[in-house]
Write a protein that binds this ligand. Sequence first.
Ligand SMILES: [Ca+2]
Ligand SMILES: [Ca+2]
Length: 194
Amino acid sequence: MGCQSSHPSAIPELDEIMLETGFSQASVVRLYDRFQALDKEQKGYLSKYDLQGIGELAVNPLGDRIINAFFKEGEDLTDFRSFIRVLAHFRPVEEGKSNETGRPEPMNSRLRKLQFAFQLYDQDSDGKISRDEMLQVLRLMVGIQVTDEQLVCIAERTIQEADQDGDGAISFEEFATSVEKLNVEQRMSLRLLK
Ligand SMILES: [Ca+2]
Ligand SMILES: [Ca+2]
């Protein structure tokens, strides 16, 4: 046991999952095995505690927030379908593969990746990144070598630079514009899936 991978037929809703997430069958099987390995008590669900067993998240400064994104409001368990749906945001974009018409927006599109990143900042889900929310993320991202005062300055400057309508917060549109120069697709393609 342990090394043997699951048979595709063991995976519920395999076709729907492939269509929805864009993962190949081999990737879904691999992630299903990973899911089962994390699910130590074979509950069929993962808790936040189980997800902390993902090494890549344990070392990510935003790991806790990413883990929270696996759970719907008020729920503390995630099934395989919800699990893989979140991971789909991190699926690397395939070069030169254009979106077929009539298919839903792929979960790893730039827009979806940006929305996912935005919600990691916007913890109260009011559609805006406030100064405090920016400060909290900066606090997680930078080490203790930066003083609180410096952090407040950085947070304010970051808001000012992105804030086009002058309301003191960053809307999703402002966020999308300000990160335009960054290669979000690549940055959000974590090697989570290896
Ligand atoms: Ca907010
Ligand atoms: Ca604004």
